[in-house]
Design a protein around this ligand. Sequence first.
Ligand SMILES: Cc1ncc(C[n+]2csc(CCOP(=O)(O)OP(=O)(O)O)c2C)c(N)n1
Length: 358
Amino acid sequence: MRSTNETTAKDRKETLPQPAAATQPAVSKWQELGISKNDMLEMYYQLVLARTLDERIWLLNRQGKTAFVISCAGQEATQVGFAKALKPGYDVVWPYYRSLALALSMGMTPTEVMLHQLSKAEDPSSGGRQMPAHFGLARLNMVSVSSPVATQLTQATGSGYASKLKGDDKVTYTFVGDGGTSKGDFHEALNFAAIHSLPVVFVVENNGYAISVPISKQMHIANIADRATAYGMPGVVVDGNDLLEVYRVACDATDRARRGDGPTLVEAKTYRYRPHSSSDDDRAYRTKEEVEEWRLKDPIIGFERYLEEHGLITKEGEQAVRNRAKQAVEEAQRYAEAAPNPSPDTIMRYVYAEEGQN
Ligand SMILES: Cc1ncc(C[n+]2csc(CCOP(=O)(O)OP(=O)(O)O)c2C)c(N)n1
């Protein structure tokens, strides 16, 4: 029995000033997710590159140099997070017209994007034939964007079915807006994919609007992902502005598909900062205040803050990344502007079989 003035180690510890509670867990989320420091910085570069290229293309449209633009600004974290989880050039990707950050992160170069956007002969997507923002790239297994919304969903289910028949372990990913899920294609694609347990990941980038139509006029439920239950697959809601959280969800869906357990529906809640396209005036259907409020949740600023707080980047480092992105965009623009237009002699190419062609 100890006397009352005897202190134990425990007592002494309680009276000594204690270190402030650690503000960060011993293992940070990025480490837990198995991402290297280099990869964190590379993802940051991809976010900044997409935003920089997107803004430049918008300017080129205002200068009359490109006919049509669709912006991914605000939705970059969702796209970069998924690109990091998939195997570019092995897996199959059915993007949509807002998938610029996805395409860049998978390995499409800014020059290839510019050649497409300016409809040049060297455009690797279609030799300058397709409407701008309707890109694809064979070497990345990224299939050309279709203008009719949501058609890519049933096509993605088809390529998932092909993988199953062949017995390979490719995963098919497809991306669509909230408006696209109001189409019958969504039902058909998800239902068939679930019945056959296909390796398909359906990603909805819910930015709240189908051009001028708000989500409240499209559906009477809180989450698009809730619809997954009706088809018999997991439905996951994720903050589309949180890159690491998107990556975590993307990895889970990928693992499930790759091991043969079937499809997943992911709904990333996000926002687009620009009008629907260069032909739209968003002031007709949403307020400036609403846009400003979402801009406070800018995924790039959020990721920058995270990198700073975890000692992964300095202010100078951020500036260097911005400079690198700007230089890449300048070079891409210079090259694409100087590149030749498609020759009028080739106008029928890719439409009719040419003489001598098999
Ligand atoms: C079948 C079909 N109907 C209508 C259109 C015209 N259209 C083009 S984009 C769009 C809105 C799609 O909105 P959403 O799916 O939410 O994607 P977001 O553009 O917001 O990313 C519409 C109606 C179309 N391209 N295809």
